[in-house]
Design a protein around this ligand. Structure first.
Ligand code: G6P
Length: 489
């Protein structure tokens, strides 16, 4: 097999992630339609085409019958995807429970669930057992499709047990694991009842990667303090075995966004949006509707800005795209009502017969609509309370080479370390700070906007998803060779 440009692929790569890049929707007994999944992991990995890639993951749907499973497997094969079928009970305990009610909030510094949140999914222990079982199910599919020489790249907090399951089956498999969320301070990780099991399981990998140096450092501290292992500049040592630990900041396929701006359908969206919001500055938020994204705090900061800047009423609009996510988890349901309540109150308070200050959409946009929206935006607001990296900030910058709009960025997003010099950094918990940043952004001179944008645009163009994947995979290959040499010595 060769790549689309006729060149040979570098290597076969098995990408294993809970979520496949496409999610399936059942249309009939044996027919399925597929749509692109949401989230940073998918959007980054879609930009990787140097390798002969197979994706292994969950298609986001329960398929109890054999006819449906066969048809879906066939439809996914065309996208080079291989499904892992998880039944409803496992999804409830593993995905809704352990992954999204326990690990996700904990890794974003929101703490472990209190009793009432645990009770919704039958307690910690059964969720943990389901988590391990789900990881074994992913491992079985990887083992079935693995060919000698493949690189197996496991992704994210859903699959922390996977490296251990794979290595137990085949010591020689090249296994990497990458975390797309923050890894919290070891003091936070210590509170997790299964803290040691998870660390040991991840350490079975040859290479462990994080978005930032700080996350890598927290992981090494957790291994030294909780497991009593030795941390070295290369990683973590356990009885003579070294697990390499390093930072690999992710990027996007920036050219895809830049090229899209010249497409007729995107130009039409741009024209329509410009007409629709003529005479008003456009502020934009694009987030999954998740508690880590700080959407209520962002909207309250916008309210404070309106309170203090009467002259801006009717001259500015906030468009908030809130993509529904994990809708079976009660915390997410509560968040949806909370956001609707705040938006309704503010629009009631500041709206007029002809205009409202906030347009809030509970849905995703297609790629072309999104590019159009990024291109017409004057100020983007990324105010996550914590975020592994946040690629919305990168996508916005990629689409702004004409307009040179301002990025307001949370200092708790991984992206603050790469785009911090060009953005206005804020503490999203401090609503006054964010309201002031909005004012500063809206009044910024074009010379300063240009200077800030130039810095960020350069970064986004030169740090791509492709380069990120290549660096990780080469490092993984090298790590395995070095380990073999060490064993021979
Ligand atoms: C984050 C996670 C991804 C996840 C995505 C969407 O970006 O790091 O692993 O796929 O959110 O969440 P979902 O639960 O819908 O897969």
């Amino acid at each position: 097999r060769v790549r689309e440009d006729g060149k040979p692929f570098r290597q076969r790569l098995l990408v294993v992630a809970n979520r496949l890049p496409v999610s399936a929707i059942r249309k009939g007994e044996d027919s399925w339609s597929l749509e692109i999944s949401a989230g940073g992991l998918v959007s980054a990995l879609l930009g990787v085409n140097e390798f002969e890639t197979r994706w292994i993951g969950w298609a986001g749907v329960n398929v109890p019958d054999e006819i449906g499973q066969k048809a879906l497997t066939k439809a996914l094969a065309e996208k080079r995807c291989i499904p892992v079928f998880l039944d409803e009970e496992i999804v409830h305990q593993y995905y809704n429970g352990y992954c999204n009610n326990i690990l996700w909030p904990l890794f974003h510094y929101l703490g472990l669930p209190q009793e009432d949140r645990l009770a919704t999914t039958r307690g910690f222990q059964s969720q943990f057992q389901a988590y391990k079982k789900a990881n074994e199910m992913f491992a079985a599919v990887v083992n079935k499709h693995y060919e000698e020489g493949d690189v197996v790249w496991c992704h994210d907090y859903h699959l922390m047990f996977l490296p251990q399951c794979l290595k137990n089956h085949n010591r020689k498999m090249k296994v990497g694991w990458f975390l797309h969320t923050p890894f919290p301070s070891s003091e936070i990780h210590r509170t997790l009842p299964s803290r040691s099991d998870l660390l040991h399981a991840v350490l079975a990998a040859d290479l462990v990667g994080f978005h930032t140096y700080d996350y890598a450092r927290h992981f090494v501290s957790a291994c030294t303090r909780i497991l009593g292992l030795e941390g070295t500049p290369e990683g973590v040592e356990n009885q003579g075995k070294l697990t390499r630990v390093a930072a690999f900041p992710i990027g996007i396929d920036s050219e895809r966004f830049i090229r899209a701006l010249d497409l007729p359908q995107v130009k039409t969206h741009i024209k329509n949006l410009q007409e629709r919001f003529k005479g008003r500055k456009v502020m934009l938020g694009v987030d999954r509707l998740d508690m880590i994204k700080g959407i209520p705090q962002k909207i309250l900061a916008f309210e404070k800005f309106l309170e203090e800047n009467v002259g801006w009423h009717e001259k500015v609009v906030l468009l908030q795209i809130a993509v529904p996510t994990r809708t079976d988890v009660p915390e997410y349901q509560k968040l949806t009502s909370q956001v609707h309540e705040i938006v309704g109150r503010i629009n009631g308070r500041f709206g007029t017969l002809t205009a409202v200050p906030i347009h809030h959409l509970d849905r995703s946009l297609d790629f072309y609509e999104l590019c159009g929206l990024y291109a017409v935006t004057d100020v983007a607001l990324v105010t996550s309370l914590r975020d592994g990296m946040n690629l919305v900030s990168y996508e916005f910058v990629a689409c702004q080479d004409k307009k040179k709009g301002v990025l307001i960025l949370s200092e708790f997003a991984g992206a603050a370390q790469s785009l911090g010099a060009g953005a206005i950094l804020v503490n999203p918990w401090n609503i006054t700070d964010v309201a002031d940043a909005i004012k500063k952004a809206l009044n910024m001179s074009s010379a300063e906007r240009e200077k800030r944008h130039k810095h960020n645009f350069h970064h986004v163009k030169s740090h791509t998803a492709q380069e990120w994947a290549e660096t990780f995979v080469s490092e993984l290959n090298d790590t395995v060779v070095e380990a073999q040499l060490r064993t021979k010595q």
